[in-house]
Design a protein around this ligand. Sequence first.
Ligand code: SF4
Length: 191
Amino acid sequence: MLKKTVMTLQQAQQRLAKENAKSGETPAQPWLVVSACLAGEKCRYNGGDRLDPAVKALVEQGHAVAMCPEREGGLPTPRQPAHLEGGLGFDVVAGLARVLTRTPPGVTAQDVTRNFRDGAWKTMAKAREINAQAAILKDGSPSCGVHRVTLEGTEVEGRGATAALLAHNGVAVFSEEDWAGENRTHDASVG
Ligand code: SF4
């Protein structure tokens, strides 16, 4: 099977610039998935958001749909923060690693793997529904992390469950920092 060509950051931003130049002629059709917390939704574990005005504007202009994989997976807000255990995001999707809540010493962690996996697949289903070409996701999250995640309490390079699943299925994944131009070298095609 031929590997799908993944959009680069430059191509994604050029497409957006072209669509913005045509705005007023044709209504925007969404082709991006973004982390809901970046769009200003208060869906973080602590009940807050990580508003990025540029990302919020993409949703308001009709270019993007906002998804919170952890909420989609059935977790409440606020909720316990969580980290990966035994592997990175794609390992979670593949059933080879877990996601556990981060609890104080002496308190038993809760296994939230199924919520994270369900949320990743629901976000993937939305990406398919709109034929998403790219996603802008909150880095560092065990769901949305693009370059870094927390594995067993330590920050490491790698992707969260949703970012890994999207990338594995040919959606180019960028962090909010990539999108803002604080670009790091990375290969968006790696799942
Ligand atoms: S980083 Fe992802 S999972 Fe976490 S609150 Fe934001 S959208 Fe939801």
